[in-house]
Design a protein around this ligand. Structure first.
Ligand code: GUN
Length: 293
């Protein structure tokens, strides 16, 4: 088996940022202002802190403005709703995100429903989910959109493939199932969406031409679950303790990379695969939000 194609999200995300930066510089040269993304961060979860920091830094890299709104983990639901209403009404803000997960005393769907769909650059509001389902223009959720762009820019055509997705989250698995099933490239897949109650998971995986792991279980996908020649996309980024690292942890994907990679036609690394593409897609959505206003 020839060595697998490494789907290098870091490199492709850098290319997308370069394109966004050039278009932004052009707009600024004719007197326009840059797009502005706001991010709401509730509490101090290490993973969320890191994701939001990457999003803010990515804005600076391409010349977009950003605003970070930090809230205590003790913020009440009604106070957080006021923050969202403020951003909805703020003329300077083109798009914003509320980083998930939220503390347990806050209902994520209540917050999600309060976001103005025209500023919902996460693409999580029912209006955007519904528009996506109908194939209408909308903000696409950043991780599924990033995965599609990673496949597209690597020249991988998925038409006719059997795609198997592990994990039915609203953020990744469910919207990706829709994007891969709909007409287009990437798309035109026959999709199986697996979850914690799926029976015969390994047999489903073994039928996958395209296998996407988005369940947050480090090393879950083993070599005996992968069809030789499959394309494997790893969405997992679990922090696993590693005292030998200065940070004290290492990021682990859902795929046992060392044993699975030799079987694959193409595979994403962790880190440096899907993660950077998610952030690039968020910037693309922010640019769209700016252009629509
Ligand atoms: N938490 C994990 N992924 C995401 C994402 O794409 N957007 C938001 N807002 N929170 C997340």
């Amino acid at each position: 088996m020839p060595s697998p194609l490494l789907l290098d999200g870091k490199q492709i995300a850098a290319q997308i940022r370069k394109e966004l930066k050039a278009a932004n510089a052009l707009r600024i040269s004719i007197g326009q202002r840059p797009p502005l993304l706001a991010a709401v961060l509730v509490g101090n979860d290490g993973g969320s802190e890191s994701y939001v920091a990457h999003k803010i830094k990515a804005c600076a890299d391409v010349g977009f403005e950003s605003r970070l709104l930090r809230c205590s983990s003790a913020i009440s639901q009604s106070e957080l709703l006021s923050v969202v209403h403020g951003l909805n009404q703020d003329e300077q803000v083109d798009g914003f995100i509320v980083q998930l997960p939220l503390p347990e005393h806050i209902d994520e769907q209540v917050i999600n429903l309060a976001i103005d769909p025209s500023k919902d650059v996460d693409g999580f509001h029912p209006v955007n989910i519904g528009r996506m389902a109908l194939g209408l223009p909308s903000y696409l959720p950043a991780t599924p959109a990033g995965i599609c762009e990673l496949l597209r820019r690597n020249g991988i055509t998925t038409s006719g493939m059997h795609a198997v997705i592990l994990g039915r989250s609203h953020i990744v698995g469910s919207p990706l199932a829709q994007l891969l099933a709909r007409p287009g490239e990437p798309g035109n897949c026959t999709v199986t969406l697996c979850h914690s109650k799926t029976v015969g998971l390994r047999d489903h995986c073994l039928r996958a031409d395209l296998l996407v792991a988005a369940l947050g279980k480090p090393g879950f996908v083993k070599a005996d679950m992968v069809k030789p020649g499959a394309i494997v996309v790893d969405v997992g980024t679990t922090r696993v303790a590693d005292p030998s690292r200065p940070s004290g942890f290492v990021l682990r994907g859902d795929v046992a990379f060392d044993e699975v990679a030799p079987l694959c036609k193409a595979i994403t690394p962790v880190p440096g695969g899907v993660g950077p593409m998610t952030i690039a897609s968020l910037l693309t959505n922010t640019c769209q939000a700016f252009l629509h206003r």
